[in-house]
Design a binder for this molecule. Sequence first.
Ligand SMILES: O=C(O)CCC(=O)C(=O)O
Ligand SMILES: [Fe+2]
Length: 282
Amino acid sequence: MRTQLSSEHIEQYQRDGFLLLEGFLEADELAHWRATTEDAVQQRLEASRGSYNWSKNLTNQGDPNEFYAQVFTQCLRLADTHAGMRALMLDPRLGEVAATLAGVDGIRIWHDQALFKPPYGNPTSWHLDVPYWSFSSRDAISIWVALDDATLENGCLWYLPGTHQQARYDSVPIGANIRDLFKHYPEWLQIKAVPAPARAGDAVFHNGLTAHGAGANMTPGSRRAMACGYMPDGATFNGQRNILPQEYFESLQEGDVLNDDVQNPLIWSRAASQSPVAASLG
Ligand SMILES: O=C(O)CCC(=O)C(=O)O
Ligand SMILES: [Fe+2]
């Protein structure tokens, strides 16, 4: 795993709100991420609705005729239900890279998600991530690892550079109209979008307030990705449930620190990485 970051990487991330890290996974790691993600998705879909047959493009996500089911098969928090995925997601190296780019001292998992855009799938409408989540932070960050080559043809990610500096926390529902976000941010219509094509094994990082979307998949192959959204350690509850379990949600008051280590595992912190125990473990 390529975890070395240069000062240019960090500057670029901070300026543009996104960064492509080429060759993030080694070939054997990529094979393992693919197999683990396929298995975790298959298991989840079987548990939720019966069999999953990607070759026949059965997405098993609600009504398969609905627009969103044809944007992607989206499976959230696979680390909760799949031990192999948990091992991948708890890797402190992912946390260290994310925290270093975001410029924070500790990082917790908000949610992981598999995002498989099907053959000839719909585009992913322009959106921001943080306004959906249960905390408000300008330092939230996501990793998006390409499991297939993501190209201009099959729906790679696109970004509006610098929008993380201006974005607000008010929520804009993500729907079928790709340009709805611009009703809330008409000034962003002037910004030229930048594509982030990625080879399988590359990682794209983005700030949770950077406007992003993805094109349609105009190919007969799938565009698979495994992603994870991270919350800076110390972030507080903003009153929104999002993916929080009902009981935990009801126990929270606005302003409470979201530091439940099961719901939001701390995968890396500067303090722990500098402690004598961590040092002796190498
Ligand atoms: O994979 C996609 O099309 C969208 C990904 C995304 O929105 C994200 O990772 O936040
Ligand atoms: Fe997103």
